[in-house]
Design a protein around this ligand. Structure first.
Ligand code: B12
Ligand code: SF4
Length: 466
């Protein structure tokens, strides 16, 4: 069969981060590998990077099956794409896979979407294509996640045309690697653990190293939800890097408590190319950390920054800004980040993503319509702030960014490390991000004015009635 794989373009109302980073679509390289192995023909279109319409590519390739990968922000985009595909030829089979469809498959119920693969996507796509080829009934593996499934070598040739454009902020160019699934912790806001049904499992390191041997890019973003879990695994990983003479720089996700308890592992990883750790420090308030079931404390975040900087590893801070923060909280938070010498931070309002435990806690107070999936991009306000207006709240987030990730010293740091071109790209990306925030601010100003005029009208009507 002729199979076409599509990475969707972010919706115009989402912050897709693509101006700052466009990562390799590793998930579709895996899909391509399993599909090609079964003898099917594969074409790939990265709609994040293409200017032409999907219709153009569908007409050009005339596929039998079109497959999409999905995040929450893509739901409406994929529905529109599927309609476009069916308009070209209603016989083309449309299929959705990817993390959001694995946790909430029902979100993709649509007359133009034929199959939603759910969990075990790589096995289910093979089952589906086989059934379609033989014109038989499809029997998906939906009962439980198959943790013993062995990932194939991803088909990195699939993305040859686009590879030079794949990066991660100032890590240019950058490849992706996945060595484990899930995380042993259970933070209440975390969607990642829902993907694996709250279990953590690892790949064998031998095939991981085989992947690394053929990755051409000097930078590798290890997209494990938590790479810092086992000392033994880290030691073996570094030993295998040495034995195979692999020299790359790595960006990983890890927890502050592991870093503090295992500084020797950070030293070891630093000697093997560790460049930066994305740490979910979340908040400077212990009460927030407790509410999130983070199982760590504020002091540990501070100590983790000391360990990382001691071994010349950058700390990218992931922060969740609470709906009850006031101006002083934002000021104190930025002061705290500066005290820890944190240059780069991701300031995210608390967004109770559907599928997470906190979604139920907040479902009656949502500011976002659950059907406006594109706005669930972790930048739009999902819950009404209690001490600031939405406009003031966004303003504080923008100020927070001005004082951290896009401060003069951060941009200067990128310039010194990577030169003018990369620094310019990051500044341009950051400006576009600011524009997105300004648009959101305006949206709320408009809503605010409308609400106020409605209130005034109601008040005057009430007065008239009296
Ligand atoms: C790296 C990353 C990014 C990269 C982009 C990565 C990429 N490949 O494009 C960057 C930093 C740019 C990014 C941006 C965003 N991200 Co992000 N990201 C991740 C992260 C950490 C890893 C994703 C990854 O590359 N995994 C590697 C691949 C191989 O694994 P996989 O995606 O699980 O795919 C497997 C299966 O799902 C399946 N599969 C996937 N697609 C398909 C399709 C078919 C047809 C089939 C058969 C199978 C299949 O095959 C794979 C093999 O097992 C995840 C966390 C996570 N645990 O998923 C968050 C995550 C996916 N991101 C998320 C979000 C919300 C976003 C943003 C919207 C907002 C933001 N501020 O982060 C933007 C949107 C970007 C966009 N493209 O529009 C959420 C998604 C939540 C949801 N309900 O959908 C996650 C889960 C993190 C979170 N906070 O909860 N992200
Ligand atoms: S430590 Fe990170 S990956 Fe693990 S559950 Fe908490 S937020 Fe999710």
């Amino acid at each position: 069969m002729k199979v076409m794989l599509i990475r969707p373009k972010p919706h115009r109302n989402s912050l897709g981060l693509s101006d700052l980073m466009t990562c390799e679509p590793l998930e579709l390289e895996y899909v391509s590998a399993v599909v090609k192995k079964e003898g099917h023909e594969v074409a790939f279109v990265d709609m994040m990077l293409e200017k032409k319409t999907l219709k153009y590519f569908v007409e050009q390739h005339s596929p039998d099956v079109v497959c999409f990968t999905s995040y929450i922000t893509h739901v409406n985009v994929i529905k529109a794409y599927s309609e476009e595909v069916k308009k070209v030829n209603s016989k083309i089979v449309t299929v959705v896979g990817g993390v959001h469809s694995e946790v909430i498959p029902e979100d993709f119920k649509d007359e133009n979407i034929d199959y939603v693969l759910g969990i075990n996507g790589l096995e289910n796509i093979v089952i589906l294509l086989d059934a379609l080829t033989k014109n038989e009934e499809v029997k998906f593996k939906h009962d439980k996640i198959n943790k013993d499934y062995i990932l194939p070598m991803p088909d990195r040739e699939l993305t040859r045309k686009y590879r030079k454009k794949y990066d991660y902020a100032y890590h240019v160019p950058c490849a992706l690697l996945k060595t484990s699934f899930g995380c042993p912790y259970n933070c209440s806001f975390c969607f990642c653990v829902e993907i694996t049904g709250h279990t953590y499992y690892e790949r064998e390191l031998a095939p991981v190293i085989e992947e690394l041997k053929v990755i051409e890019e000097p930078n590798v973003f290890i997209v494990d939800d938590n790479f810092l879990v086992s000392r033994e695994r880290i030691q073996t990983f570094c030993k295998l890097l040495d034995e195979n003479n692999i020299k790359k720089t790595f960006i990983i996700f890890g927890r502050a408590d592991f870093i503090v308890k295992n500084p020797d592992m950070i030293e070891l990883l630093s000697k093997h190319g560790l460049d930066a750790v994305f740490v979910g420090i979340e908040s400077f308030k212990q009460s927030d950390l407790n509410d999130f079931n983070k199982k760590t404390d504020v002091e540990t975040s501070e100590k983790a920054s000391e360990v990382l900087y001691k071994y010349n590893v950058d700390l990218y801070a992931g922060a969740i800004v609470g709906p009850d923060w006031d101006k002083q909280d934002f000021k104190d938070f930025v002061k705290w980040l500066k005290k820890m010498h944190i240059r780069f931070t991701n300031l995210q309002p608390l967004v109770p993503l559907p599928g997470t435990p906190i979604f139920d806690d907040y479902k009656d107070q949502l500011l976002l319509n659950p059907k406006e999936y594109e706005k669930w991009d972790l930048t739009h306000l999902a819950i009404m702030p209690t001490k600031l207006t939405p406009t003031q709240y966004y303003h504080q987030i923008i100020r927070g960014y001005f004082n951290t990730s896009t401060s003069f010293s951060s941009v200067w740091y990128i310039y010194k490390r990577c030169g003018f071109k990369v620094a310019f790209k990051c500044v341009r990306g950051a400006l576009k991000m600011y524009w997105h925030y300004v648009r959101m601010e305006w949206e709320y100003r408009k809503v605010g004015k409308y609400e106020r005029s409605k209130e005034k009208k109601n008040a005057s009507n009430t007065t008239n009635n009296i």
